[in-house]
Design a protein around this ligand. Structure first.
Ligand SMILES: [Zn+2]
Length: 155
């Protein structure tokens, strides 16, 4: 994040208007950039004092300490949201794994189903083979029996 971008987010930070991504990058910048941190402190003191005057409240003694607390709260919020994000992400990973397992099972079932037609055709092949082998002799046997019957002298 550039200093210009960070400074444009200062009022948003003070009024709690930043989204979590902006907030995270803003705090990261504030912690590493002395200039922007000072800018933030000035704005924070100014805006908070104006707000307190507006609301007829007593002015704070230590704006710097208040700002530190605000930054700490924001960091806790980021950690909390990030934890939730990773929790949701791991839940998603578990769901994807489950889906993968289910699909793998379907895949293996699918393979065994595909094996069935092969077995069936093998079976059919065997029947055809058996028909060829046994039906013809059966026909011949029938023919033979018929001939035998015809040749038998009638009484
Ligand atoms: Zn800066």
């Amino acid at each position: 994040m550039t200093c210009m971008k960070a400074q444009s987010l200062i009022t948003g930070f003070i009024n709690d208007e930043l989204d979590i991504g902006e907030l995270e990058r803003f705090i990261l910048h504030i912690q590493s950039c002395k200039e922007c941190r000072e800018e933030l402190e000035v704005y924070y003191a100014l805006l908070t004092a104006m707000k307190q005057l507006d609301e007829d409240k007593d002015l704070s003694d230590d704006y710097s300490e208040e700002l530190n607390e605000k930054i700490n709260r924001a960091q806790e919020r980021i950690i909390h949201l990030r934890y939730n994000y990773y929790r949701k992400k791991s839940a998603l990973i578990i769901i994807i794994l489950l889906i993968t397992v289910v699909f793998s099972m379907y895949y293996y079932l699918g393979v065994s189903e595909e094996e069935n037609p092969v077995k069936e055709s093998k079976f059919r092949l065997r029947i055809t083979f058996m028909e060829e082998r046994f039906d013809k002799p059966k026909d011949e046997i029938e023919l033979y029996l018929k001939e035998q019957e015809d040749n038998t002298p009638r009484q």
